[in-house]
Design a protein around this ligand. Structure first.
Ligand SMILES: [Zn+2]
Length: 523
């Protein structure tokens, strides 16, 4: 006998998140839980939602997203709702907003402005306070990693120097504190500061601290080593620390000499060596990050004023002209993005050499001039390749069973990558319809797989007793609509979304509800 239900989602095809074939069933919600899955024709319910012809799935988990500030600015988060995303894993790439002292937070808000823009700020504090800031204040649930850059900022500032033995022990202790407060793992972003100043040994100490609490080591790998060597370092860290590894936004770079096949072979070998590796990949062939990312790490050390002073120094520029000479040709595949001052807005969307030519200077000079003038607040956006075979390489990553869905979404103003508004809908809509993987398997990549990877207990599956995070969508209509020209066009095809049993999207209309929770790693 079923007790009185709050909601019955009736007559849909349940794709339950395990990868099992979809089946016809009603789903009953009581409070914040799924109470029953089956024939609920006779159950008494306050609300009955007809889902015939639609798919009912667990709410999607975005395993890699930069929404920390945007969720506070825009708690209803239509970008996520329209894609059925109900949980975000933040604190990625070795940077974020917790744990952080007042001074570290001040530094981070300034340093991370290109990614996050300006917006509401959190108070300084640890992971527990940070998760509480989203509790009942966001349409999605939020889980966080411990960014290794935050730990470094506390102890060493934005310094390139190696940690001493005492500092290594203290970094590991801070990491354990954050894990105890509910972080789901530790992240690094080894092309960013100060994260990238960490040695392999330092990262292995942090990974061991995370593993002691069931966490995972998540890494934007050290790309200047080369893609395969960067991934190999992440695997080595997992091996030394006896810690599972998750590689961020991983895809092949056939032009750079490493295909998806090479990457997947490396992961197979790691598994043979006892290291469990997963990864996220967003379904696009071009990326988006800070423009200052093009500069070597030594230029980006210290406070913002020190970095700017270096960019204005002719001796530094001469050294950069030498050091960056081999890279300049590749900058044809990198366009200017974000927001620029009105007198430079005409440069947005141009690739770096073209923008430099428009200003009548050499590309390296141009890069320094622009970053100085905009106080580093410029984004870059990759230029999509014209080669159609690149899609096959991407698809090999997306269909691999170790792939979990992650958008790498960014949500500041200006010209940006469309992935924040479209990656999930694109993966579960067009990518599935292209036959890359089945709907059931794609749903698994975006639900139970990330929930398991990040210790989100009781989520990611449609079954009695699980959290009532649900999405009701039309599998034929689910699609991204955001493009380079219109990066904030919301996705189509999702009709209803429930988060912790509360409707956040109902009949295609956002309800404005903010039932999201701060999710702690299950112990
Ligand atoms: Zn990222």
């Amino acid at each position: 006998v079923i007790e009185e239900l709050d909601v019955v989602v009736a007559g849909g095809t349940v794709v339950d998140g395990t990868g099992a074939p979809g089946f016809g069933a009603d789903v009953g919600i009581a409070g914040d839980r799924i109470a029953a899955v089956g024939d609920l024709r006779d159950a008494r319910a306050a609300l009955r939602v007809d889902a015939s012809g639609l798919v009912v799935a667990p709410g999607f988990v975005d395993a890699h997203v930069h929404s920390e500030v945007d969720l506070l600015r825009d708690p209803a988060h239509e970008a996520s709702l329209r894609q059925g995303v109900t949980t975000h894993v933040v604190g990625q790439d070795g940077f974020g907003f917790a744990p952080a002292s007042a001074a570290a937070l001040e530094f981070s808000y300034a340093y991370l402005r290109p990614i996050y823009g300006d917006g509401p700020r959190v108070e300084p504090g640890g992971v527990a306070e940070y998760l509480a800031a989203y509790e009942g204040a966001s349409a999605v649930n939020v889980a966080t990693l411990v960014p290794n850059g935050n730990l470094r900022l506390e102890l060493l500032g934005n310094s390139a120097r190696a940690a001493t033995d005492d500092e290594l022990a203290e970094l590991a202790r801070l990491c354990e504190d954050a894990m105890r407060e509910g972080a789901v793992g530790v992240s690094s972003g080894l092309d960013y500061t100060p994260s990238g100043y960490a040695s392999t040994e330092e990262l292995a100490r942090l990974a061991a601290a995370a593993a002691a609490h069931g966490g995972v080591y998540v890494s934007h790998v050290r790309y200047p080593l080369g893609l395969l060597a960067g991934v190999a370092e992440a695997i080595e860290i997992g091996r030394r620390a006896r810690c599972p590894v998750h590689v961020s936004h991983l895809r092949g770079d056939p032009e750079g000499g490493a295909t998806s096949g090479d990457l997947l072979a490396l992961l197979d070998a790691a598994r043979g060596d006892g290291v469990d590796v997963t990864f996220d990949t967003y379904p696009y062939l071009y990326g988006c990050t800070f423009l200052a990312y093009l500069l070597p790490l030594w230029v980006r050390e210290g406070e913002e004023d020190e970095v700017l002073a270096r960019l204005g120094d002719p001796a530094v520029r001469a050294r950069l002209a030498d050091e960056l000479a081999p890279s300049v040709d590749g900058w044809r595949r990198i366009a200017l993005a974000g927001e620029l001052a009105p007198e430079r807005e005409r440069l947005l969307g141009l690739d770096v050499p073209a923008a430099a030519a428009a200003c009548g200077v050499e590309p390296v000079e141009f890069l320094c001039d622009l970053l100085l003038a905009e106080r580093l607040d410029v984004m870059l956006l990759g230029v999509p390749p014209s080669d159609a075979s690149a899609d096959d390489d991407l698809h090999a990553m997306l269909r691999d069973p170790r792939h979990v869905f992650g958008s790498d979404g960014v949500y500041r103003g200006g010209r940006l990558h469309p992935r924040g508004y479209g990656a999930c809908a694109r993966f579960l809509g067009p990518v599935v319809r292209d036959g890359v993987l089945s709907l059931e398997e794609a749903v698994r990549h975006a639900t139970s797989a990330p929930a398991r990877r990040f210790g989100l207990a009781g989520r990611g599956v449609v079954a009695a007793g699980k959290a009532a995070d649900l999405v009701v969508f039309d599998p034929g209509a689910l699609a991204d609509r955001s493009t380079l020209a219109d990066c904030r066009a919301p996705a189509s095809g999702v009709r209803d979304v429930f988060v912790n049993g509360v409707a956040t999207l109902c009949g295609g209309d956002p309800t404005g509800a903010t039932p999201g929770r701060g999710l702690r790693r299950a112990s």
